[in-house]
Design a protein around this ligand. Structure first.
Ligand SMILES: [Zn+2]
Length: 64
């Protein structure tokens, strides 16, 4: 069974046309996600994760 995850940010379109967002699982752990470069990393807190999201969306040119 897939782990339940909820998107907790806006879903941004990256410079490369992929999508990036921040999600949270049932345990409250945050993850940074990007469909362009395949990022799936743990995030410690929401505020820096959202900052990463903004910066990554404009910087990531990988195509999905
Ligand atoms: Zn990316």
């Amino acid at each position: 069974m897939d782990e339940y995850r909820e998107i907790v940010s806006d879903v941004l379109t990256t410079a490369g046309g992929a999508q990036a967002w921040i999600e949270m699982n049932l345990s409250g752990y945050l993850s940074k996600r990007c469909t362009g470069c395949g990022t799936d990393e743990d995030a410690v807190a929401l505020a820096p994760a959202l900052q990463w999201l903004e910066e990554h969306a404009s910087a990531c040119t990988a195509r999905p």
